[in-house]
Design a protein around this ligand. Structure first.
Ligand code: ASP
Ligand code: MG
Length: 419
């Protein structure tokens, strides 16, 4: 069993779809495969823009964006399928019409945020997976399709719900596994799931990698392949740094550390389900399927080059003791933890502590308002945490950039204002 994930950056237009059958004929064609797809191109951003326009409420903008999105999808269908009318009608009945109704509800009850928006966002993946399914059938593949919301169950907490593994596994066993007896290739969606009351939820932006990892774990797959537009993990952003090089191999831990410090290539939650079952993850270039890409498994990679990442949108908290006693670090971390705020960076001296955290500014203000009177608290946002993992002796911080700096053989970290 293989689980393969194809992201929206791969399925960005009709031409990019042509790559899909080529790659499926090449990669483990004789094994059962689950294909997990994201919304096409920037569809999720587009749906978010519709939801935002609806909650302003801006009816004209909503209509314009909705029409544009629908036309974008219909043009892809027309380019891919000889008899596109049937699929267009099916999509109208099953998706565009109910989506339009959801949007109307949001226009009428604009105060309804979060979960109501999720109920709109799920349509991107539902529609793309139907198009993929229909296209693969036309290309001669026997495929089944299943709605991932029937399979992955969460506690419904917003914005990143916790997946309930027991019920999800039971659904996979009862509903997904039998499909493989009918067809070795099954298509489903990434990113979308349901809560215990069967309402739609999403797993957090770019969450399709995570969905695929969950499926790989529940199906006890031999491996997971994430087909990506950029089909390797690089040591730095190759668009920005000439020295960026593809990394052939990382351990789960090493890859997790990179995503923790902001590497965009994988959704941070992806690695855990894979590590638990020791399932290797292959990141491979969608447009160049003969290349190997990056392998992530339990073996620790030696001799890694310096790896450069950054995490934006953080806040810097500076706490100074107003008495002569030192700051009680345990108390400080505990009060933050109670608000769900965890630090990415921490530096202490006797009377001062600096932390970089990711949190909603409103939450931070509340925390600050409740801080004990013997602390003076200052905040700065947005700031960025730069990291170079395994720095070389000549890895340098750009001149004058850092507000705080830490260096050890394992990592060089510094905080700067976001520019
Ligand atoms: N379509 C979703 C997003 O853009 C999920 C994903 O792409 O992984 O965030
Ligand atoms: Mg996407």
């Amino acid at each position: 069993m293989w689980v393969m994930k194809v992201g929206g950056g791969c399925l960005r237009d009709a031409k990019a779809f042509l790559q899909l059958p080529i790659l499926l004929r090449q990669a483990y064609p004789d094994a059962p495969r689950l294909l997990v797809v994201s919304a096409i191109g920037k569809t999720t951003n587009h749906l978010l823009a519709i939801a935002q326009a609806a909650s302003r409420p801006d009816t004209a903008q909503v209509e314009l964006l909705f029409q544009r999105l629908r036309t974008f999808h219909e043009e892809i269908i027309e380019a891919l399928l000889p008899s596109s009318q049937k699929l267009k009608e099916k999509l109208h009945e099953r998706y565009w019409r109910p989506l339009w109704q959801r949007i109307q509800t949001l226009l009428q009850l604009p105060e309804e945020g979060g979960p109501a928006v999720d109920a709109i966002l799920v349509y991107g993946e539902l529609i793309s997976s139907e198009i993929v399914h229909a296209y693969l059938e036309v290309q001669g593949f026997t495929t089944e399709w299943i709605d991932a919301r029937q399979l992955i169950v969460t506690d419904g907490s917003y914005p990143e719900p916790n997946v309930l593994l027991g019920p999800s596994q039971a659904n996979v066993d009862a509903q997904l596994l039998p499909l493989f007896r009918r067809s070795p290739l099954v298509v489903t969606q990434g990113y979308i799931a349901s809560d215990l009351r069967r309402r739609s939820v999403t797993l957090g932006r770019e969450g399709s990698d995570y969905s695929a990892a969950l499926f790989a774990s529940m199906l006890k797959a031999q491996g997971m392949i994430a087909w990506k537009d950029v089909g390797h993990i690089y040591s730095a952003d190759p668009h920005k740094y000439a020295e960026a090089q593809p990394i052939p191999h990382l351990s789960y831990q090493q890859a997790a550390e990179m995503t923790y410090y902001g590497a965009q290539v994988l959704h941070p939650r992806t690695l855990q389900p894979l590590q638990e079952k020791n399932i290797p993850l292959y990141i491979r270039p969608y447009f160049n399927p003969s290349e190997v890409g990056t392998v992530i498994n339990e073996k620790v990679a030696q001799n890694l080059p310096p790896i450069r990442t950054h995490r934006k949108g953080l806040s810097l908290i500076e706490v100074q003791s107003l008495t002569l006693s030192r700051i009680d670090l345990e108390e400080l971390l505990h009060t933050l933890h109670l608000e769900g705020i965890e630090p990415y960076f921490l530096q202490t001296s006797v009377h001062r502590v600096a932390l970089a955290v990711q949190a909603d500014p409103e939450l931070l203000e509340r925390w600050q308002a409740n801080a004990p009177p013997y602390w003076e608290v200052k905040m700065h946002h947005p700031i960025v945490l730069h990291t170079i993992l395994h720095p070389s002796p000549d890895s340098e911080v750009p001149n004058g950039e850092s507000l705080y700096l830490q260096r050890s053989p394992r990592g060089l970290h510094w905080i700067a204002y976001e520019t």
